[in-house]
Design a protein around this ligand. Structure first.
Ligand code: GDP
Length: 459
């Protein structure tokens, strides 16, 4: 290589490095909120669906500056997000939803684009952006409030929750077991036996529509923590937790270890490294599940939001310096409702988050709320009823039945008990629309999502 070539190469390397960017995007949401579908679609749109007709509101694509995205080599530090398998499920006949993610996973992408203007556009033929997508359960964020509660307070919190109308029946066997508990026994087998009963209860709650607030986050999906003593953990009855006995001491110790060795490291190692965050919320399933469920979703979201409150006195800013600059709250599966209801769905989400997002406390982060469908399961249109055009959707139900119907209105505010008593919400689950490799995956507003999350980095 001549000296001139060397200098040119160095200049290329330097400008490349100076202009290269790296974004770590967190995707979270409570179990079933749509993380798997969302990441599958997001990656597919960036690698295969990059046509202006498919992503009209994604500037870099509309302006024909997007040169494509490809999957990056994966570091072995986290399981890889199973993109290819998920796409295969969607291609089956009849199409299937991919299985939900458990635990956390990651997928890296390398995006190439032409800069719009300025120095970068002049110096480089193309620019690159590395995008790291990190998927983790929203349940892990529900652990944050435990940092501010003692074991005894957590017991009280838990039993208040288990006494609610939609939870109390399932809690009875565990309640009876605790009423006969021997508080002086802290033997390994005994503690494990009680933990197993609690785990069983958590599993039942996990399967109960509308029971969102399940703690601790790692008891059901322990991952690498399987078998760790600190996961021998369950809430005693509040009056029991006040006593000074061997079992209380042991559980308190496990609770404290869990906070120190699970919750804090998660925030320091993973959360602190995120630049942007998507939080998926399945509002329509909560409406289906009724009043208590919707109230609990609201409470769970408020707890999750604590992880994005970086105010100077917040718990998080005492732990580390968060750097999340954009947070997108997405009401998922919006294709279960007709398009003119999406505005109401967005307003409902904002109300569930209990604050007009504009006047938010997230000093550092820009936030946005929108109604989306990562992977469409319905087409929308109109039917004539008594000479009037009535909006409707059509799709295929889980039992393979063809459906065309008006799914009902979405309330723009959180309904009260009386409305739930008078009206049963019924947003029916559907199969994904048929799709073949080579086609763009159909969606609702994934282009807006991409523009909000990445648009400024692809200028
Ligand atoms: P996760 O547990 O957060 O990973 O949630 P999933 O992505 O597995 O979604 C749970 C279920 O919600 C799926 O199996 C689908 O039935 C449904 N779902 C997810 N995304 C969409 C969507 O965009 N549209 C529709 N209609 N249903 C969806």
């Amino acid at each position: 290589m001549s000296l001139l070539q060397k200098i040119q190469q160095q200049r290329h390397d330097l400008t490349h490095r100076a202009f290269d960017r790296h974004i770590r995007l967190g995707v979270t949401g409570l179990s079933g909120s749509g993380k798997t579908a969302f990441i599958t679609s997001l990656v597919h749109q960036l690698t295969q669906g990059d046509e202006p007709a498919n992503l009209p509101f994604f500037d870099v694509v509309r302006e024909q500056r997007y040169l494509g995205g490809k999957l990056a080599a994966q570091l072995p530090d986290m399981p890889r997000f199973p993109l290819e398998q998920n796409l295969q499920y969607l291609q089956q006949q009849p199409p299937q939803w991919p299985p939900s993610t458990v635990g956390s996973s990651r997928l890296g992408l390398q995006l190439r684009y032409k800069a719009a203007a300025g120095l970068r556009a002049r110096l480089q033929s193309h620019s690159e952006l590395a995008l790291d997508i990190i998927d983790y359960p929203g349940e892990w964020l529900l652990d944050l409030p435990l940092l501010e509660m003692s074991y005894r307070q957590w017991c009280e919190f838990s039993w208040q929750l288990f006494n609610r109308e939609h939870r109390t029946t399932l809690a009875q066997p565990f309640l009876q077991q605790l009423q006969d508990v021997d508080l002086t026994n802290d033997g390994e087998l005994y503690v494990q036996q009680l933990t197993d009963s609690y785990k069983q209860l958590l599993q039942q709650y996990h399967d109960l529509p509308g029971a969102y607030l399940n703690q601790p986050g790692r008891l059901l999906v322990p991952g690498q923590l399987a078998g760790a003593p600190m996961l021998q953990l369950f809430p005693l009855l509040p009056q029991q937790a006040e006593q000074n006995t061997a079992l209380v001491a042991k559980l308190t110790q496990h609770y404290d270890s869990y906070r120190k060795h699970v919750i804090k490291p998660f925030y320091r190692r993973y959360f602190a490294a995120l630049d942007r965050q998507v939080i998926l919320v399945d509002c329509l399933s909560a409406l289906n599940a009724g009043y208590a469920a919707t109230q609990e979703l609201q409470q769970a979201l408020r707890l999750i939001l604590q992880s994005f409150n970086y105010g100077p006195s917040s718990l998080l800013s005492r732990l580390f310096k968060p750097q999340i600059s954009k947070v997108l709250f997405a009401a998922s599966k919006a294709d279960h409702a007709t398009p003119e209801q999406h505005k109401a769905l967005t307003l409902l989400l904002q109300q569930l988050l209990q604050q007009p997002l504009k006047h938010s406390q997230y000093q550092a982060a820009t936030t946005e709320a929108m109604a989306i469908a990562a992977i469409r399961a319905s087409d929308s249109g109109f039917v004539r009823v008594d000479g009037l055009a009535q909006p409707c959707i059509s799709g295929t139900g889980l039992a393979q039945q063809a459906l065309t119907y008006f799914p009902g209105e979405v309330p723009a505010t959180v309904p009260d008990r009386a409305l739930f008593a008078a009206h049963k919400f019924d947003f029916i689950p559907l199969r994904p629309l048929p799709w073949q490799d080579g086609q763009a995956l159909r969606h609702v507003r994934m282009d807006h999502v991409l523009q909000f999350l990445l648009g400024d980095k692809l200028r």
